[in-house]
Design a protein around this ligand. Sequence first.
Ligand SMILES: CC(C)(COP(=O)(O)OP(=O)(O)OC[C@H]1O[C@@H](n2cnc3c(N)ncnc32)[C@H](O)[C@@H]1OP(=O)(O)O)[C@@H](O)C(=O)NCCC(=O)NCCS
Length: 186
Amino acid sequence: MKIIANKDIDDDLLQRMIKIEHEVFGDQSEDIVTYRHVHDKRDGGLFCLVDDDGTPIGFADAIFLSDEQKKEYLNDGNFRILKNIGPKAGTDNNLYLFGFALKKEYRNTGIVKMFVRSFATWLGELGSQGVKMKYTFSEAWSLDGARFLQAMGMIPIDKSKISADGQGFYYSPDNLAEFTAKVLRK
Ligand SMILES: CC(C)(COP(=O)(O)OP(=O)(O)OC[C@H]1O[C@@H](n2cnc3c(N)ncnc32)[C@H](O)[C@@H]1OP(=O)(O)O)[C@@H](O)C(=O)NCCC(=O)NCCS
């Protein structure tokens, strides 16, 4: 089992990740949404977990948004406008955790922690390169999603808009600083 990330993800692997995305999210997902456009430059955080035969079993991705995209998305929830603009040196970055999913048979096994570690490592490296976030957020589309975000210390942007099963927008008050430090300490 290993994680392949960012520029090491070739087009073939990308296609296979898209298949998992369709398998997990069904009609909600479109090729254009999570991968082809948002990760054209592969300079967001794109992670694929593969088994020992090299078969993808899950993916996670995070992208950088402009202030306009962030505002529009939080206003109307239209994820089709989300495109990765890449990281910038300095503090003017909005990070959006886009998608994360494991094939069903691998859930609740603790494997997700491999994503978590890769993600924290990537965030730590960005920080060392002088890329800091001014806002870090996500949208939970499911109870699993809400659990995943809360495990990173993310909280609802507006509690009154979170559905009974946890769906809605979440953000990280400290831009995942505590989460990153904790994971990297382990
Ligand atoms: C979201 C998903 C990848 C999470 O994987 P999972 O295997 O179900 O994760 P679990 O909630 O069982 O967590 C397993 C362990 O990892 C930890 N963990 C999970 N997410 C974490 C996170 N973001 N940060 C730190 N730890 C985390 C949990 O605390 C748990 O630890 P424990 O065993 O010590 O209690 C998975 O449920 C999934 O693919 N769901 C379907 C797709 C989906 O709905 N995606 C979200 C869209 S918004």
